[in-house]
Design a binder for this molecule. Sequence first.
Ligand SMILES: Cc1ncc(COP(=O)(O)O)c(C=O)c1O
Length: 270
Amino acid sequence: MELFGAEVIASPSEFTDAGRKVLSIDPSSPGSLGIAISEAVEQAAQSEDTNYSLGSVLNHVLLHQTIIGEEAKLQFAKTDDYPDIVIGCVGGGSNFAGLSFSFLRDVLNGSRNNTEVIAVEPSSCPTLTKGEFVYDFGDEAGLTPLLKMYSLGSKFIPPAIHAGGLRYHGASPIVSELCSKGFIKAEAYNQQEVFEAARIFSRTEGILPAPESSHAIKSAIQNALLCRESGTAKTILFNLSGHGFLDLSAYESFLQGNLQEQEISLHKVV
Ligand SMILES: Cc1ncc(COP(=O)(O)O)c(C=O)c1O
């Protein structure tokens, strides 16, 4: 980002341009996406010519990401196939929804009834699997409108796992609604098992996946193993949302046996 001319301020930041302490958050904290959003909104609010645009969570972001699912569908049409299981990792929900909504549309309009859709998250930030379906803020300081979504609470600070893009306390309202109605199943895995899956994938496919995407890979492997056990053949589609070349230090920790799992304590959201 700096190569392209941006000034990058790591969150939680200690001071704004105005020299004032930001949001009273301890800068040694591992932070959260909710805190980073608050800081970005605060920055934008101070300046006439700056606006803030969210890159995930909100419904319109999910909608334009469906180009992923639309393209995947065309690829399936060429092979005369259709997925039985569609899997994506969920931070705010954009890559997951982008892939799965095109297929869920077929399920909802009745043209398909046996396609299963699975959202995967880290067990240290288990929004869909352990959160509450409530109105909550999208950011730590409560600057955003309230969103009806699964949430661990906007003040929740997840452990500092390497899949930083999945450290979000909430989830997209549409994904949350579909999850609450049973159209989407949610699964959670811990860091160690996710990196094991990434290792298997790297060795078999020659592609180094992002730690976030490796959550989807873990579920794909898990579901393929279930198929093997039950002797059923299923077509499994998952989204490889990013490469892992920016995460080599995470892989180094994994290979050196230094990945840590931290207990989390969850509190009532409202
Ligand atoms: C590679 C990668 N995958 C997935 C995500 C999760 O975001 P979303 O749930 O909006 O797709 C991120 C977020 O930073 C990411 O970097």
